[in-house]
Design a protein around this ligand. Structure first.
Ligand code: HEC
Length: 207
C-alpha cells in the first residue's frame, strides 16, 4: 500500500507531461522538431511575432496555409512540416510567448560551434538560440564569428520583449549587454549572413 502510494506523484507527472522538460535536458530534441523551431523563428516570426492578437482565425487550417508557408520557406515543404509550423504559430498566438524550447545547457562559460550548429538556418543566414535563464545582474553575451559579419543580434524574453539589440557591421566579435532578472527565459535572434558562430561566451559585466 505504502509503496503504491509513493509512486503516485511520478505517475501524475508522467500523465500531465511535467516530466517531459526534464527528459529534454538530457538529450537534444528530435532533429526534425528542432529544425522546425529554428525555421519558424528565423523565417516566420519576423512577420508573425508582433501581433499577439486574435486577428488570425486559423479556420482555413494547415492545408490552406501550405502555399503561403512554402513561399516563405523558399521551397517545397511536407505536410508534416507545414502542420508543425502551423501548430507552432497557433501556440505562439494563443499564449503570446515563444514556442517552448529547452536550451542546450545552462548559459555559463562557452558554447562552441558544433553545439550551436543545429540552431542555424543557413538558408536564412540566421540563428535562433534559446539561452534559458541568465543569472541576475548585468550580463554580457560575447559572440565570435568565423569572418566579418553583417546583420543584427537581438535578445528577447519568453514574452517576446526585446531586451538588447546590436547591429553587426563587418564585426568578427560582438558583445551584447543586458540586465537579467534571473527568472526570465531569454532567446537570441541572430542575422549574420554567411558568417558562422564559432562560439558564444557568457560573462558577468565587469569580470
Ligand atoms: C512577410 C510576412 C510574412 C512571413 C515571413 C510569413 N507570413 Fe504567414 N501570414 C502573413 C500574413 C500577412 C498573413 C495573413 C493573415 C494576417 O492578416 O495576419 C499570414 C497568414 C498565415 C497563416 C494563416 C492563418 C489563418 O488564419 O489561417 C499561417 C498558418 C501562416 N501565415 C504561417 C506562416 C509560417 C509558418 C511562416 C514561415 C514559414 C509564415 N507564415 C511567414 C505574413 C507573413
Amino acid at each position: 500500500m505504502r509503496e503504491s502510494l509513493s509512486r503516485l506523484p511520478l505517475l501524475a507527472a508522467i500523465l500531465t507531461g511535467t516530466l517531459l522538460p526534464l527528459a529534454a535536458h538530457a538529450q537534444l530534441p528530435d532533429p526534425a522538431a528542432l529544425a522546425a523551431v529554428v525555421q519558424f523563428n528565423t523565417m516566420c516570426s519576423n512577420c508573425h511575432d508582433a501581433e499577439c492578437s486574435g486577428r488570425m482565425s486559423f479556420d482555413s487550417g494547415a492545408p490552406a496555409a501550405h502555399a503561403h508557408i512554402e513561399r516563405h520557406l523558399g521551397g517545397p515543404a511536407s505536410e508534416t512540416q507545414v502542420a508543425a509550423l502551423f501548430a507552432m504559430l497557433r501556440l505562439v498566438k494563443e499564449t503570446c510567448r515563444h514556442y517552448p524550447v529547452v536550451p542546450i545547457r545552462p548559459a555559463r562559460g562557452t558554447w562552441l560551434a558544433e553545439e550551436l550548429a543545429p540552431w542555424h538556418n543557413p538558408q536564412a543566414g540566421a540563428y535562433f538560440i534559446p539561452l534559458g535563464k541568465l543569472a541576475a545582474g548585468r550580463q554580457q553575451i560575447h559572440l565570435e564569428f568565423d569572418r566579418p559579419a553583417d546583420g543584427q543580434a537581438r535578445v528577447d524574453t519568453d514574452r517576446m520583449e526585446i531586451v538588447a539589440e546590436e547591429r553587426l557591421c563587418r564585426d568578427e566579435n560582438k558583445t551584447i549587454e543586458l540586465d537579467a532578472s534571473g527568472d526570465l527565459e531569454h532567446f537570441l535572434h541572430l542575422k549574420s549572413g554567411q558568417a558562422i558562430l564559432l562560439r558564444i561566451e557568457f560573462r558577468r559585466a565587469g569580470d
